[in-house]
Design a protein around this ligand. Structure first.
Ligand code: ATP
Ligand code: MG
Length: 563
């Protein structure tokens, strides 16, 4: 059971907004945006930002735009745009038709740049990228002015127009803001606003060969859309003076930038660049590989949107960076799946069991509970017969101390069925491996209780051999074997810390016959084994499952220890 059903929260950003509402700063409006650059698939870090921006809009009766910050054509693709739209929708948010593209504002941005040049606040520079970096100075050394800084307004206007017209090659000129080369904030040392890039854009085609840089473009996008609170991650804190400078110099509508700490998660990486590397080098099977921290990977793995939103609510937002234990994400997931997933029986590593005293050819329909957490989920029938499969690890020929499951001479309960006793072990003549168990059952224990009150110490899951469906099951572990894979040592690379055992494929699993025809995306709890989700790789003849998460809740144990 969750202790808090409300998805709304309280944090420093909402405090700021409450203050602004009190002082009527934006005429009582609250308008946020989620502004991804379409240069990769969204990950769980983006989900934090999505929940924050759309969540605030919902809490304050405001609006939230979805805006593609498509200012760098070299890295952006339609595939990414499509996936982002799908992912934000899937997470449960709606931009109500306010889907915008920064590229739609290119003309307006150009006009704003002309306005700055006319005001003597921007100039065309011909230093190379390397020289610009050199001249910029360091935190301890002031910058040096470019020899082109003093050009006349007319010359700047002419050169900028010709940059746009395509007269100059890539890298030969840039437009820079004229601010202060001695500023203590490096971002204020005449930052570049436009660069020349003869590259086709997914939306504007060949119309433009100059493209605006983030710091110049972002505030304009916010201003044009009438955003009130422009929420971004902490690394932009030092860029805020520049965000404000551009809007003040242009004297246009001025939203407020607010920074919060980005999400970091243990045992994974949350950087599109790194995730792209994993995809391109074939270290994973695409962006939606169920081991990936992408929204599409989590979806394929079996995560629910509700569990991701719950996770975002639990972690909240803060002003200092920290790393969240991935076990907390899994905890949110288990809580949600526990409430909603139908229970079934699935045997991952089957061991054949013959019930010697059970009549050949007889089949009984056993009554099974679909979900003990949800009485409304009802009951189902599960066929029982003379030959069954149980889990290989539920049997030990020489049981160690504290192993209470099946062993020669020992009696256990089969879930929803009978007590059985192991009376024989059949082995492979060559390898000596156990291939079959011979058992007897007690007909008086139907349903799982002995009328004489005798107890057994274990209850095993099982399936009927002739009825069960064959299935493939993919078991996952963390993508990286280190808590912080980007904390690399001595020339290592984050990919050196990929977990070699992050995927295990079991091909001869057996599941209840009732799962025939289960649709991709359907979620189940396999009793005692975890939560599973039908993978799109399933075909009519063969079900493929992803194990979403095991049942062992390491987060709950951590919480208990801390209490
Ligand atoms: P990455 O670092 O993965 O490349 P990005 O910041 O370059 O991400 P954008 O497309 O620019 O990706 O991000 C869109 C929005 O998502 C931004 O407002 C950004 O601040 C936010 N965001 C990105 N990563 C995280 C994260 N780990 N935690 C919280 N918010 C994030
Ligand atoms: Mg970015």
């Amino acid at each position: 059971m969750t202790t808090n059903n409300s998805e709304s929260s309280h944090d420093f950003i909402r405090d700021i907004i409450n203050d602004d509402l009190r002082t009527n700063k934006y005429d009582g409006r609250v308008h946020t945006r989620f502004p991804p650059e379409p240069n990769g698939y969204l990950h769980i870090g983006h989900a934090k930002s999505i929940c924050l921006n759309f969540g605030i809009a919902a809490d304050f009766n405001g609006l939230c735009n979805l805006r593609f910050d498509d200012t760098n054509p070299v890295k952006e693709e339609q595939e990414y745009i499509d996936s982002i739209i799908e992912d934000v929708h899937w997470l449960g948010f709606d931009w109500e038709g306010r889907l915008y593209y920064a590229s739609d504002y290119f003309e307006q941005m150009y006009q704003y740049a002309v306005q700055l040049i006319e005001a003597g606040k921007a100039y065309v520079d011909e230093l190379s990228a390397e020289e610009i970096r050199d001249y910029r100075g360091t935190l301890t050394k002031p910058g040096k002015q470019s020899p082109y800084r003093g050009r006349s307004t007319e010359e700047n206007l002419d050169l900028f127009r010709r940059m746009r017209a395509g007269e100059f090659p890539d890298g030969s000129r840039v437009l820079r803001a004229k601010i202060d080369m001695a500023s203590r904030n490096l971002n204020m040392r005449d930052p570049v606003m436009y660069r020349i890039l003869h590259a086709g854009h997914p939306r504007t085609g060949d119309k433009w060969c100059i493209y605006p840089l983030y710091d110049w473009a972002h505030g304009l996008e916010d201003s044009i859309e009438g955003i009130t609170h422009s929420i971004c991650t902490l690394e932009f804190e030092d860029h805020r003076p520049l965000y404000d400078w551009f809007l003040d110099e242009l004297d246009i509508y001025h939203p407020r930038q607010i920074e919060f700490a980005r999400l970091n998660l243990t045992c994974t990486v949350l950087s599109k660049r790194m995730l792209l590397e994993l995809v391109q080098e074939g270290r994973v099977n695409g962006w939606d590989d169920p081991r990936m921290p992408t929204i599409s990977g989590l979806r394929r793995r079996g995560y629910t949107p509700e569990s991701i939103r719950d996770f975002a609510r639990r972690i909240g937002v803060a002003k200092t960076d920290s790393t969240i234990d991935i076990a907390l994400l899994e905890h949110s997931l288990r809580e949600d799946l526990n409430r909603r997933a139908q229970r079934v029986m699935g045997v991952l590593r089957p061991l054949r069991v013959v019930i010697e005293n059970y009549p050949e050819g007889q089949v009984e329909e056993m009554d099974a509970v679909n979900n003990p957490e949800d009485p409304g989920a009802g009951m189902r029938k599960v066929p029982f017969s003379r030959v069954l499969y149980i889990e290989r690890e539920d049997f030990r020929e020489d049981p160690p101390n504290k192993f209470f499951r099946l062993a020669p001479g020992r009696e256990v309960r089969l879930r929803y069925a009978y007590f059985i006793t192991c009376v024989g072990v059949v082995k492979d003549e060559k390898t000596g491996g156990v291939v079959e168990l011979r058992c007897t059952y007690d007909p008086a224990t139907r349903g799982g209780d002995a009328p004489d009150g005798r107890k057994v110490k274990a209850t095993l899951h099982w399936v009927s051999a002739e009825h069960a469906l064959e299935a493939e099951v993919r078991l996952y572990d963390h993508l990286f074997s280190r808590e912080n894979p980007t904390d690399v040592e001595g020339g290592a690379d984050f990919k050196d810390y990929l977990n070699p055992n992050s995927l295990e494929i079991l091909t001869s699993c057996r599941v209840e016959s009732g799962l025939a025809g289960a649709k991709p995306g359907s979620r189940y709890q396999f009793e005692r084994q975890g939560y599973f989700c039908v993978d799109p790789d399933s075909s009519a003849g063969k079900l493929v499952f992803n194990r979403t998460v095991s049942l062992r809740d390491t987060w709950a144990r951590i919480e208990k220890r801390e209490r």
